[in-house]
Design a protein around this ligand. Structure first.
Ligand code: ZN
Ligand code: FE
Length: 255
């Protein structure tokens, strides 16, 4: 299987997974880069997966459906370009001969879902939309800090080898914030250097892995004493796990 991050707009990635013949695409905010890739490699689009309702994730769905006839899967409780097969957490779907499990991850939007496949060529794969980013997490437009923390907990519980396919290239700015929170985190310092080099060559910093995110991502580390202490420099009243997480998220918004 080939996993490709197609750049779109200023900092989106549209993930394309294909076996040389058949393809699926995740969160096609724009049809054009997808159609270009399908034509270049002679691929048939077999499935369109959507994590949440924002236009930069859904804008190309209608054009791709019309051009290819590919079926669309999306969240149960969000506005979607119809017709769409609606999915809840725990549901499964099969595409390209792979089984995907749906995980409810409210927070960025109220009905946001993620797609997890336990084995793509032997390695787990996660399409998490705007929930988990490398070194960060999505903004809380519709959900609460408690919801986002629980959503990130369910993603962080997946196997460490899981490849994390996020939909934005926000890594460098996320890592600059992470370094402000944890200036002495050695894997974080190293990863920032690695990602600077990748971006200097215009290469994606993604996919990440869950093992790496657990080492560097402040939003997966908010229960650690060093993180609690750092959050309290921003908000002295942040004491329980939800208020610490909320303080980190608020601090990042203003960073
Ligand atoms: Zn979004
Ligand atoms: Fe987005």
């Amino acid at each position: 299987m080939n996993l490709i991050a197609l750049p779109a707009f200023t900092d989106n990635y549209i993930w394309l997974l294909h076996d040389g013949v058949d393809a699926l695409v995740v969160d096609p905010g724009d049809a054009e880069p997808v159609q270009t890739a399908l034509q270049r490699d002679g691929l048939r689009l077999q499935a369109i997966l959507v994590t949440h309702h924002h236009a930069d994730h859904t804008g190309g769905v209608e054009a791709l459906r019309q051009a290819t006839g590919a079926p669309v899967w999306g969240p149960a409780r969000e506005r979607m370009p119809e017709p769409v097969t609606r999915l809840n957490g725990g549901d499964r779907l099969r595409a390209l001969g792979l089984d995907f499990e749906v995980i409810d991850v409210p927070g960025h939007t109220a009905g946001h879902i993620a797609f997890y496949c336990p084995a793509v060529d032997g390695t787990p794969l996660l399409f998490c939309g705007d929930t988990l980013f490398s070194g960060g997490c999505g903004r809380l437009f519709e959900g609460t800090p408690a919801q986002m923390l629980a959503s990130l907990d369910s993603l962080a519980a997946l196997p460490g080898a899981t490849r994390v396919c996020c939909t934005h290239e926000y890594t460098l700015s996320n890592l600059r914030f992470a370094l402000a929170v944890e200036p002495d985190n050695v894997p974080l310092i190293k990863h920032y250097t690695d990602c600077l080099a990748l971006r200097n060559q215009q290469r994606p910093t993604l996919p990440s892995t869950l093992t790496l995110e657990r080492q560097i991502n402040p939003f997966l580390r908010s229960r650690l004493p060093a993180l609690i202490k750092a959050a309290q420099t921003f908000d002295a009243h942040a004491t329980d796990e939800v208020s610490v997480f909320a303080a980190l998220r608020q601090w990042k918004n203003q960073f």
